[in-house]
Design a protein around this ligand. Structure first.
Ligand code: THU
Length: 136
């Protein structure tokens, strides 16, 4: 049975504690659940050269892919309490790369702290993906 949303969000909360965000002071954690049941964490890693900063979601994708995982079921994203955090546009595109059926679950919290689950298709409709390029 796939990991419960609440458990995945708890992993994202744990990942968030390691965020390096001295400039925005906006710490984010992500937990990415692969089809084999493994979970990889990511946190935002900012930089004195601001555009070089990395979002938590892309950190989690890099961690998972570098461990041989390319098929994912869900990603949970956790930010500061009281704020609705959803993946930025760049992260949506990166997540979509690994969701050919566009059913990847994106689990977040709304401003009241309630769990919200949507698919990558919900967050990035009519998207461009690797299938459009044909076999490589
Ligand atoms: N951030 C993430 O890591 N993930 C999100 O979903 C939203 C934003 C980071 C980027 C930057 O380090 C900080 O939050 C403020 O935008």
């Amino acid at each position: 049975m796939p990991m419960h949303d609440a458990a995945l969000l708890a992993e994202a909360d744990a990942a968030r504690l390691l965020a390096y965000a001295p400039y925005s002071r906006f710490q984010v954690g992500a937990a990415l659940l692969a089809e084999d049941g493994s979970v990889q964490h990511g946190c935002n890693v900012e930089n004195a050269s601001y555009p070089a900063g990395l979002c938590a979601e892309r950190g989690a994708v890099a961690a998972a892919v570098s461990r041989g995982q390319r098929r994912f079921l869900a990603i949970a994203v956790a930010g500061p309490s009281g704020v609705a955090v959803t993946p930025c546009g760049i992260c949506r595109q990166v997540l979509r790369e690994f969701s050919p059926d566009r059913l990847l679950r994106i689990v977040t919290r709304d401003a009241a702290g309630a769990t919200v689950a949507r698919t990558i298709e919900d967050l990035l409709p009519d998207s461009f993906g690797p299938e459009a390029l044909g076999p490589r």
